[in-house]
Structures are given as structure tokens and as C-alpha cells.
Design a protein around this ligand. Structure first.
Ligand code: MOS
Length: 761
């Protein structure tokens, strides 16, 4: 039976811990990017192209120039030089849209910025932006939804580097599929989806003649600093990026978008702070989206359900100039045991802004397709879908031919089935009823990568009895502040309210990007090392002979003749181990007695992400069991119950962790039933670019969600065994929902989202 628990006595980690930054957020003290105000600050509003393909032939600013409060109207001819950034090793110089703003007069997608109005107030800037007259030479745009790979080269030019079309291969797929007794051959489509965090993208830029400071909606402040330094030819130390609180991002805020250098350029030219807040409409145009995907999955199996052949062939749309690869095949090579496999992909260029990573990039749309195909295979074989998965459990990662560090997928399945009551399922379509409703039950598996990014941290133990931990990562809203406080509490025994956590500033030691569900895993070793080093320093101070250099009445130093290794720390008190913790002295007293303000320690940890020769395959696993209710009389479909089981290693904060999985399931309901960015064939614009027409799941759509964590520490990732939980909850859920829809209605929907008209019989 699973080891499911919320707390561990005497340990600060593994315990459900409310957000330490919660009071700051609910009281309005927490400052988001657009909350920063500076004396003399002015406002910038971009002018959006109203064509999706063509050329700007004229920008007439005569009406806008003289409007009240207008400071400047910038465009290609007067903004100055904004250069390209070049991607280096690690997280350096990354943008998804490689073209810096205003580089040429070509428009490649609707809403691309063509000018920038700057004025004393936001309203004046908006009015001026609206008054800029732009003339275009329009060409036919392509926002076609049917996707066919653009080219047939072996290597696809992607944004970062050439990527082989053949992503993974073993055995002989063609031969094995041809002779397989039972086959599934289906194509699955996921639509473009737009990240809609509550906090709009924004930049508040200031320039003091030396240093460019950006208050920026960034999930990766160090990369952002590097990109802006490259764009403006500035030394790296003369760019500072600050991000104290994120109103989430879902991946949309990983890499800089063009509004940021525009705000920076205006601030540098005018010499006054400039604030630019992207509108909700612009969020659909210029700051990335999850691309549309079209995925053909072919499965071959023996009559008793053993997978013989698997092919995953997918295409994603991308921007004209930016080759964003939605890595749909990420989980395909290792998820199930299959001797003959082929994964390949292509890109289809469209007149859309660059796509970007969105929560569980690649694996989320990919697993929707492959897990849907597994469910179709189970039905074709008349085998229970859980049983089919159990029958194809691999012993090792067959894609890389290495063992898994920790994989408990089978236990996820059995725990989930038991919690859900899956054994009561009758497989015939529409065979289950409750309260006059038709029930549909479906399930699917989930996987997401686990890795560490390089990280540095500093821990100070201060003479006021508090500790401070600092690292240049960000809290995207998942609970990073809280987890770091827990880690320091674990090492020192201090209560959480005595631990100050400082994040979100490039003046701090470099921390990991808030991406890939890796922040906690990456920071455990860095923060633990920093805390250990601070404590080692504290013990050295405690045992030093020359205490109280200024004289005084401090009395005997109980640690004077001890060696540092004879000491311990508990509840913030230093003690001689052989005397026991009860004899402890508060570390603040130890410091003060020695006339020392603080014991400080730095910690660094290497990354594991991108290791070309990993010895172990590190992933998290999970599964979803979903119930829908269906009323055919009025075509009303509801998700009525979800059970999710997650194997993500040790869970440092089960309260925040459960919250992540619940949030991902909510997003999954949106993915399955509602979310869909529609590009208008006439204008090329993302036409439903607002929260009324782009429908996301809201409270009324969300049923009880039962989340269970298996708590198997994965020591390959760090000493606590904590992997990540930010993204995995969204993997697989859409296929569990569409399987439940099929069970209730008999209709297979293979293009998301499921629409009412799909279900009208
Ligand atoms: Mo996440 S899409 O890696 O921010």
C-alpha cells in the first residue's frame, strides 16, 4: 500500500505548510511588476499590426504626436538599435521570437508590434497608439489548421538548434505494425492554446545612465538579463532584472518577448522610467502560445494485449521565422514496453506569433494522443485499459536503455483504481447510470521529466536570531518561498517566521529558471549546502578561543574547548552533541558573544538537465481516473469526479503540492472541454482574444478532485528525493476525459476541445 501522508513529525519538510507569502498577497503588500511606480514614470502602449502577413509601408504619427501628454511615438526609424540575442550554452540568450522588435518592416503575424506610443498616463498612451496610422502592403496569410510538415529534410531548423526529424527509433516499426494482429491508427489534434495567467505580461524599465533595471514578468530573470544585455550591447552587470512575485506564467513568461526591449529602449531614450503592460488581447498575439498539434499514432498489439509496434508522428504549427518544436514525443519512447518504435516530427509554419512552452510542453499534447490511442486499443482488444497498461510496463527506459531512478507507475494505477472504485466499471457504452444521468468512466497515465538545473544559494544566520536564504530564482506561484523556508527550517530547526526568503533579483546568486517543474529539486542541494556551510561557520565561531574581544560579562563559553564537529543545532540552538539538545544556546547568543553579525554560507549544485549520457532515467509518473455525467436529452456534459495519483518522489510541501495537481487538473478540464485559440481565416488574428470568448475552466466546471501522492524519495535527484509537481498533473488528463466521454456517449472525439456539437447524435 502506498505511503500517503501529509506530515512527518519533527521535520519541516514533508509537512503540509501554508504559503509563507500568503499574507503579503492577500493584503496587497506583494508587488507584481505593474505595481512598481517611480517618480516621473510614463506609460508605453504598443501599436499592433492589423494584418498577419505583409509589409509596413508608412507610419503616420502626425495625429498622435501632438496629443496630450505624448512624450514620443517610436517606430523602426527612431527607436535606435535593438540587436538580436544569440542563444549560448545553458540558459543564456534564449528568446522564442528571435527577431528583435522593429528589426525590419515585415509583418509576419497579426498583432506584431509596429510602433510604440509613450505618454504621461496610460490613457494618453493608449489614445496616441490608437491614433497612429499604419499603411500596409498586405499579402495572403496562412493560418491553415490542417497541418502537414513543411519540409522533408532529416534535420528541422528549430529556434534553438537543428533537431532530427527522427526523434527515437528501435526495432522495425513498419514490419511489426504490418503483421500485428490488432491495430489502432488514428490522428489526434490539439488546438493552439493561450496561457492566461491572471498577471498580464509587463515591463517597468528604468535607466539611470549606467544601469538598466527591469521589473519584469519573468520566469527566468538571469536569462532575461542576458538577452537584454545582448540586445542593447550592455555589460551584463549593468542590467538588473527584478521579479518578486509572479501572477503565474504557465511557461509564457520563461523567455523575453518583444515588449520588454521596447520598454527598455524607451526608458533609455527618455531617461525616465517607463511602464508597459501588455493587454489581454496582446497576450494572445505576442507572448507565445501552445501550438496546434496534429499527431498520428499507430499501435500494433497481440490479441492478448502485448504492444508490438508504436509509431508517433506529429506536426506542430510554428511561426514563420521561429521553429518552435512542441516535443510531443517526449514520453513516448519510455512510457511503455514495445520492441518496435518510431517517433518523428515536423513543423508547419504559419502566420502566428512564436509558440512557446506551456505547462508540460510536448508531453501534455503528446500524452493526450498516445494515451488516447492506448484507450482505443484497450477497447479494440476488449481488455480493461488499466490491465493493458499493466501488461506493457517496461523494466527499464527502453528509449535510452537505462534503468529508471524510481518508477511506481503500477502502484499509481492500482491506488487510483482502488480509490476511484474502477472495478465497478462496466465497459459497454452508456451502461452506467446514476440519478438519471449517464456516467462515463475513463482513465489515462501521466509522465513528466525530472531534472535539476544549476543553482546557487546563500544562507545567513543572523545575530537577531533570524535566518535569510537568498537565490535568484522566482516563485511562479507554486510555493517556492515556502519550500525554501522549509528547507532552511529543516537544517536549523528555526520556525518558518524566523526565516526570510529572498528571490527574484539578478543581484542574488543565480537560481534556476521557474520551468520544467525543477525549482524545488534544483534548490534542495544548493540550499542545503548553503545552510550546512553557514552552520559550519557558526560552529567555528562558537568554538573560537577569543570570544568577547571587547570584554564583558558573557560568562563562560561552553563551546570553548570543543571541536566544531562535536556540535549540533536544533530549534535554532547550538549544543554539544554529547550533552544533548536541551543544553543548547540560541545561535544569536553565540554570534553576539563572539562579536559576529552573522554566519554566512554559500551553496552550489550542478544541474542534471540535458546530460548527454545519463545513467538513470528520471521521470515522475501518475494517472487520472475521471467520471463524467452525460445528459443526452440536453447534450450536457460535466466532469463529475477525478482521482489523480502522482509519483513525484518525496513531496516537500503536500499542501502546496496537492494544490499544484488540483490546478493542473482544472487546466486539464479546460484543455479537454474548452480552451481553443481560434485564428480568424479572414484577418489571421487570434479572434477569441479575451476571457469571455477564450473559455477556461472555472469553479462551476470543477468537481471534487482527489489527489494522492506516492511518497517514494528519488535520491537520484537530491537528498530529499524530491522531483517536481508543477506540470505532471496536466499530463494525460485530457485523454482520461475523452475516454470517459466515449464511455458515456459512444463518441470518440480526437480533436480537442470536445464541443457540444461533437456529441449531438
Ligand atoms: Mo513550464 S511550461 O516549464 O514554465
Amino acid at each position: 500500500m502506498a505511503n500517503i501522508k501529509d506530515s512527518k513529525a519533527g521535520s519541516a519538510t514533508g509537512r503540509g505548510t501554508p504559503r509563507v507569502d500568503g499574507p503579503l498577497k492577500v493584503s496587497g503588500v506583494a508587488q507584481y511588476t505593474s505595481d512598481f511606480h517611480f517618480p516621473g514614470m510614463v506609460y508605453a502602449v504598443p501599436v499592433e499590426a492589423t494584418i498577419a502577413n505583409g509589409r509596413v509601408t508608412k507610419i503616420d504619427t502626425s495625429a498622435a504626436d501632438g496629443m496630450p501628454g505624448v512624450r514620443a511615438i517610436y517606430h523602426r526609424a527612431n527607436i535606435g538599435t535593438i540587436s538580436r540575442s544569440v542563444q549560448g550554452t545553458g540558459f543564456e540568450g534564449i528568446t522564442d521570437e528571435r527577431r528583435p522588435p522593429f528589426e525590419d518592416d515585415i509583418v509576419r503575424y497579426y498583432g506584431q508590434y509596429v510602433a510604440l506610443a509613450v505618454a504621461d498616463t496610460f490613457e494618453q498612451a493608449k489614445a496616441a497608439a490608437d491614433a497612429v496610422r499604419v499603411t500596409y502592403e498586405k499579402e495572403q496569410h496562412n493560418v491553415e489548421t490542417e497541418l502537414k510538415a513543411d519540409d522533408e529534410q532529416d534535420d528541422v531548423t528549430t529556434t534553438s538548434e537543428p533537431d532530427p526529424r527522427l526523434q527515437s527509433q528501435r526495432g522495425d516499426f513498419g514490419g511489426a505494425f504490418a503483421s500485428a494482429p490488432v491495430k489502432v491508427d488514428q490522428t489526434y489534434v490539439t488546438p493552439a492554446e493561450t496561457h492566461n495567467p491572471i498577471e498580464l505580461h509587463a515591463t517597468t524599465a528604468s535607466w539611470d545612465g549606467t544601469t538598466l533595471t527591469l521589473y519584469e514578468t519573468s520566469q527566468a530573470i538571469f536569462n532575461h538579463r542576458g538577452v537584454l544585455a545582448q540586445m542593447f550591447g550592455l555589460p551584463i552587470e549593468r542590467v538588473r532584472v527584478v521579479k518578486k512575485f509572479l501572477g503565474s506564467g504557465f511557461g509564457g513568461k520563461l523567455w523575453p518577448w518583444s515588449h520588454s526591449p521596447l520598454a527598455a529602449a524607451a526608458a533609455m531614450k527618455l531617461g525616465i522610467p517607463v511602464k508597459l503592460v501588455v493587454s489581454r488581447r496582446m497576450m494572445f498575439q505576442t507572448v507565445g502560445h501552445r501550438p496546434r498539434t496534429q499527431q498520428r499514432v499507430r499501435l500494433g498489439a497481440s490479441p492478448d494485449g502485448k504492444l508490438l509496434a508504436l509509431e508517433h508522428d506529429y506536426v506542430n504549427h510554428t511561426a514563420i521565422r521561429d521553429g518552435y518544436h512542441e516535443n510531443c514525443g517526449e514520453a513516448t519512447p519510455f512510457f511503455y514496453s514495445v520492441p518496435n518504435l518510431r517517433v518523428h516530427f515536423g513543423l508547419a509554419r504559419r502566420n502566428v506569433g512564436s509558440p512557446t512552452a506551456m505547462r508540460g510542453p510536448g508531453a501534455v499534447p503528446g500524452l493526450y494522443a498516445t494515451e488516447s490511442a492506448m484507450n482505443e486499443l484497450a477497447d479494440a482488444l476488449q481488455i480493461d485499459p488499466v490491465t493493458l497498461r499493466e501488461m506493457n510496463e517496461p523494466e527499464i527506459d527502453e528509449g535510452l536503455n537505462i534503468p529508471f531512478s524510481s518508477r511506481h507507475y503500477l502502484e499509481c494505477l492500482s491506488v487510483g483504481a482502488e480509490k476511484f472504485g474502477w472495478s465497478k466499471r462496466t465497459p459497454e457504452v452508456a451502461s452506467m447510470k446514476r440519478d438519471g444521468l449517464t456516467l462515463g468512466w475513463g482513465m489515462a497515465g501521466a509522465a513528466w521529466l525530472a531534472a535539476r538545473f544549476p543553482a546557487e544559494a546563500n544562507v545567513q544566520l543572523r545575530d537577531d536570531g533570524a535566518a535569510r536564504v537568498a537565490t535568484g530564482t522566482q516563485d511562479i506561484g507554486t510555493g517556492t518561498y515556502t519550500v525554501l523556508a522549509q528547507l532552511v527550517a529543516q537544517k536549523t530547526g528555526l520556525p518558518l517566521d524566523k526565516i526570510e526568503v529572498v528571490l527574484g533579483d539578478t543581484s542574488l546568486p543565480p537560481g534556476p529558471i521557474s520551468g520544467g517543474s525543477t525549482v524545488t529539486g534544483s534548490l534542495v542541494p544548493a540550499v542545503f549546502a548553503a545552510a550546512d556551510n553557514a552552520i559550519a561557520s557558526l560552529f567555528k565561531i562558537a568554538t573560537a578561543a577569543d570570544h568577547k574581544p571587547n570584554g564583558g560579562e558573557a560568562g563562560v563559553n561552553v563551546f570553548a574547548n570543543r571541536k566544531p564537529e562535536e556540535l549540533g543545532i536544533e530549534n535554532g540552538r547550538v549544543f554539544v552533541k554529547e550533552r544533548g539538545a536541551d543544553s543548547g544556546v540560541a545561535f544569536a547568543d553565540v554570534l553576539r558573544r563572539a562579536n559576529v553579525r552573522m554566519a554566512s554560507g554559500n551553496g552550489t549544485a550542478e544541474g542534471t538537465f540535458g546530460d548527454p549520457n545519463p545513467k538513470l532515467s528520471t521521470h515522475s509518473f501518475g494517472c487520472h481516473f475521471v467520471e463524467v455525467t452525460w445528459q443526452p436529452e440536453i447534450a450536457r456534459l460535466r466532469v463529475s469526479r477525478v482521482v489523480t495519483v502522482i509519483d513525484a518522489g518525496h513531496i516537500v510541501n503536500p499542501l502546496a503540492g496537492r494544490n499544484q495537481i488540483e490546478g493542473a487538473v482544472v487546466m486539464g478540464i479546460g484543455m479537454a472541454l474548452f480552451e481553443h485559440t481560434v485564428y480568424d481565416k479572414m484577418s489571421g488574428a487570434p479572434i477569441n482574444s479575451n476571457l469571455a470568448d477564450y473559455v477556461v475552466a472555472v469553479n462551476a466546471d470543477v468537481p471534487p478532485i482527489d489527489v494522492h501522492f506516492l511518497d517514494y524519495p528519488d535520491k537520484e535527484i537530491n537528498e530529499l528525493g524530491a522531483r517536481g509537481i508543477g506540470e505532471i498533473g496536466l499530463a494525460g488528463i485530457a485523454s482520461a476525459i475523452t475516454a470517459a466521454v466515449h464511455h458515456a456517449t459512444g463518441i470518440r472525439v480526437r480533436e480537442l476541445p470536445v464541443k457540444i456539437e461533437d456529441l449531438l447524435m
